[in-house]
Design a protein around this ligand. Structure first.
Ligand SMILES: C[S@@+](CC[C@H](N)C(=O)[O-])C[C@H]1O[C@@H](n2cnc3c(N)ncnc32)[C@H](O)[C@@H]1O
Length: 303
């Protein structure tokens, strides 16, 4: 199968494979979604909504933002702090932030005045739309990365909607009782070839720590980036809550035998497919989140 999609990005990916050898699926997915200016999320085309490739709940009804706003007020009251931070990671077009802020401003002006809404967003295109839509609010600012906060400096809420399902994932396959990791390479005619390699120590540790039992023949995803990110978030929170909303399951459900091909899917103009190597840079690639991962990793962090 040929690698197709944005020509410039396809040739950058091919050149990297020719230079460095086979690329882990995770690194391929990272380039397809986040390569500067050319990746799906980093390029200036519409992604979310009717004229994009998929809908998110943030886009569909104001009620979601208002309910969250109510929850944030409860957390604010519990925190008993005057400086309250709402940190949203991966805010997309900014609709949810708008609904939360609009709700607070109208119904809880004291909370609104004491709060800072801070957005961390990887997509320059989305930052632009966020800045436009959030113009009416004077308490919004943008931070480049979670690591830019000092440790234990956030009091409030760290929030995300459909963030972790957009992280690049490793793909693994179990054959004859052994786990392999999927890499991509090119044959003489430059067709994509999936090849299997030994998984990294991190993948093995993840599988062991989470006690994951992968059925024979299964191909599935391991989201190491999400696990790493959760640890980073944990270090930054002084007092408050992390609320993350996503598609996913606990480990025991995610790796059940009836999900033999895992959960990874592409979305292109509201059609889903498993054609990861087509429309590269033009389609979303997403996988379900393992809800047991934060639990185990968070416990480890506290301990
Ligand atoms: C599936 S979209 C969801 C957008 C929005 N939360 C919504 O509900 O409509 C994922 C968003 O997360 C952003 N994103 C992905 N990885 C990120 C990271 N490490 N830091 C900040 N934003 C990230 C993407 O650029 C994109 O805007």
């Amino acid at each position: 199968m040929k690698l197709t999609g944005k020509k410039q990005l396809v040739s950058i990916i091919k050149d990297r494979i020719k230079k460095e050898g086979a690329l882990s699926f995770r690194d391929f997915m990272d380039m397809a979604l986040y390569y500067p200016e050319l990746g799906y999320y980093t390029s200036p085309e519409e992604k979310i909504g009717g004229s994009g490739d998929f809908f998110t709940a943030s886009e569909l009804d104001r009620a979601y933002g208002e309910l969250l706003g109510k929850q944030f007020v409860e957390i604010y009251e519990k925190a008993g702090e005057i400086d309250f931070q709402i940190v949203e990671i991966g805010a997309g077009k900014g609709y949810l932030a708008y609904d939360v802020l609009n709700f607070l401003k109208k119904n809880y002006p004291d909370v609104y005045k004491s709060s800072q809404y801070i957005i961390i967003e990887k997509s320059p295109y989305h930052i632009k739309t966020q800045k436009e839509i959030l113009e009416p609010f004077n308490n919004v600012r943008w931070v480049q990365d979670i690591i830019d906060f000092e440790d234990e400096s956030i009091t409030g809420v760290i929030f995300s909607n459909e963030l972790f399902d957009a992280f690049p994932v490793h793909i693994i396959r179990k054959i004859n009782g052994k786990v392999y990791e999927v890499y991509i390479s090119l044959d003489e005619e430059e067709n994509v070839q999936e090849i299997l390699k030994e998984p990294s120590e991190e993948i093995i540790r993840y599988i062991n720590e989470l006690n994951i039992n992968i059925p024979e023949g299964m191909q599935t995803e391991i989201n190491l980036d999400a696990a790493d990110y959760i640890q980073k978030i944990g270090k930054k929170l002084k007092k408050g809550y992390v609320i993350t909303v996503d598609y996913g399951y606990p480990s025991a459900e995610l790796y059940k035998p009836y999900r033999m091909r895992g959960t990874l899917l592409c979305y292109y103009r509201h059609q889903y497919s498993e054609n990861f190597y087509q429309n590269v840079g033009m389609q979303d690639i997403t996988s379900h989140v393992n809800f047991s991962a934060p639990q185990v990793l968070w416990d480890g962090l506290q301990g």
